[in-house]
Design a protein around this ligand. Sequence first.
Ligand SMILES: *[C@@H]1O[C@H](CO)[C@@H](O)[C@H](O)[C@H]1NC(C)=O
Ligand SMILES: *[C@@H]1O[C@H](CO)[C@@H](O)[C@H](O)[C@H]1NC(C)=O
Length: 204
Amino acid sequence: MMKLFFLILFCAIFLTVSSDSDNMQDTCPTAQGEQSIFFINGYPCKNPTEINAQDFKSTKLTVAGDTDNYLQSNVTMLTASEFPGLNTLGLSVSRTDLERDGSVPLHSHPRSSELLFVVSGVVFAGFVDTNDKIFQTVLRKGDVFVFPKGLLHFCLSGGFERATALSFYNSQSPGVVNIGGVFGVDQERIVNITRSLVTDHDEL
Ligand SMILES: *[C@@H]1O[C@H](CO)[C@@H](O)[C@H](O)[C@H]1NC(C)=O
Ligand SMILES: *[C@@H]1O[C@H](CO)[C@@H](O)[C@H](O)[C@H]1NC(C)=O
């Protein structure tokens, strides 16, 4: 009985904190390539007579993004703009690939929490709460970690091999705020700050 109560409570809380507004029809795949003359919260739907199973499938995460860059990482993000079937469902997904010394430096998603699932390799992950407290840990294959909505967070490779992780977001458009961006702070500095947060790997 008690379990049932908590289950109902959990569902009620989850439904009220779920991020995007509810859909009002079964599906509404993003109408792509059409210039919109009006602006709404989300994307206009494709013509219902033209919706098919392919709108709900994407092969864009089957390959690693190109990690030949300064961060030695790549985040391939699939939001409702890249993956039509997500429109109105309050969901999105991404694939993160990290080379041996790769990093995804401090950033936040203003509209979504993130559930990170490690597919391979070792990942140091952490977030900073509104009291400036850092929560960090080491993740291995199959481990899952949560970055709460809007909080600054980061990922670094464990440094022994390539790492790959998938992330799931409770928004069709989580948004990304990179610290430093508008202030012109050097990206290298942000990476150094991020690395300095991971103090002692052995203790994690
Ligand atoms: C991430 O990978 C994609 C696909 O390979 C590439 O187009 C993009 O430039 C890469 N991003 C960075 C920052 O290297
Ligand atoms: C970042 O750290 C590296 C290695 O410790 C150092 O050589 C570099 O000067 C630092 N860069 C900045 C902008 O702080």
